[in-house]
Design a protein. Sequence first.
Length: 118
Amino acid sequence: QVQLIESGGRLVQAGDSLRLSCLASDLAFNSYRMGWFRQAPGKDREQVVSIIWSDGTTYYADSVKGRFTISRDSAKNTFYLQMNSLKPEDTAVYYCTTASGSSFPGFWGQGTQVTVSS
């Protein structure tokens, strides 16, 4: 069974840092590819960052380059999204996702709300 459970979202001020976590079941954690998406009110869901673990190929949206970093802790089956220098436009529900077979995104978590006040 695939499970992805996000946590860490909360209200912060502009300029603050925040780390989101995504606890994954073994099947999800061992996926070849993982990423974080976000969806702001009234907008489409957008890809923030994704990574192919085998070769480290990473994609970052232009809007977060230099501020956000993806990582994982194998001992905890957990993925992270470190977000620095947060801006009000980063306000959104953040979702972690892994591939389903060769399809990405495939499996989704339930999301965690990040709100950045100005």
